[in-house]
Write a protein of this length. Structure first.
Length: 267
């Protein structure tokens, strides 16, 4: 394994785990192992030298913890921007498969789920996302198919994976459509199917890919939403065309320089 891949593996751990590990290493090295009643001379000699090794190792783990926290914050911001940039199902379909999975994961994360992304890092049995909330564990499979309909075979396989992993619920998210047999099988076995149309409802704050009308703008009080992208003031607008024609939403006041949006609120 290369040095870079080893570092990426360590940074994949959450910062709190690395911090806890650093504390354990330090405590064992300084206070634990040297004080054990070890009679074997070689082992006793090694135990006596653990403080000199434990201190730099715990410092290295703390540095990794800080890097992991920064990395996590950057990735979270990137996913929020990815979510806010979408203007409809066509922009979602133009994403790569890994960006599509990140988009779906962030959509669920903003609904209060804890999301674990497999990210194609190894054998996943068709599990792209694992959601947890209120003690429930939900397995999500993402099918970023632009032209082919998702058939019943995929749904049957997902049921088998759910059973094997003891999941409470299963979801299959696609950017296209499902066949009639797939929908029937899912309904009979408690699997939720989210097609392209339902995906639009799942993704919050989705932008409307249409010109905004200055005449329909009104300022939003300062104690309400800021732009999710640039943090500028938001203004209330009304969509002229598209799937949400006639509906109000909050748009960034710097448009078209920034296309951040939020759901409209009563102000």
């Amino acid at each position: 394994m290369s040095r870079q891949s080893s570092l990426s593996l360590w940074l994949a751990f959450p910062w709190w785990f690395l911090t806890l590990l650093a504390a354990i290493v330090y405590a064992l090295g300084v206070y634990g192992l040297p004080n054990l009643p070890i009679e074997q001379p070689l082992l006793a000699g090694l135990a006596s030298r653990t403080p000199s090794m434990a201190k730099p190792l715990s410092v290295a783990l703390l540095l990794l913890s800080a890097c992991s926290a920064v990395r996590s914050g950057i990735m979270r911001q990137q996913r929020r921007k990815l979510l806010a940039r979408q203007s409809g199902i066509e922009s979602i379909r133009s994403l790569s498969w890994n960006k599509f999975e990140q988009l779906v994961g962030e959509a669920y994360r903003q609904q209060g789920y804890q999301v674990n992304e497999n990210g194609g890092s190894g054998p996943d049995d068709g599990i792209d996302l694992t959601l947890t909330r209120a003690g429930q564990r939900i397995l999500v499979q993402c099918k970023h198919w632009r032209s082919t309909k998702i058939g019943v075979t995929i749904v049957r396989e997902h049921l088998g994976v759910m059973t094997a992993h003891g999941a409470d619920h299963g979801v299959i998210v696609g950017s296209g459509e499902f066949t009639a047999p797939a929908i029937a099988f899912a309904n009979n076995n408690g699997i939720e199917l989210i097609d392209g149309a339902a995906l639009i409802q799942l993704v919050p704050h989705i932008q409307v890919d249409t010109p905004w009308v200055k005449a329909n703008e009104s300022p939003v009080p300062a104690n309400h939403s800021r732009c999710p992208l640039c943090k500028a003031d938001m203004v209330k607008r009304v969509a002229r065309r598209g799937p949400r024609a006639g509906s109000a939403f909050l748009g960034c006041s710097t448009y078209p320089a920034c296309r951040g949006t939020r759901n409209a609120r009563v102000v």
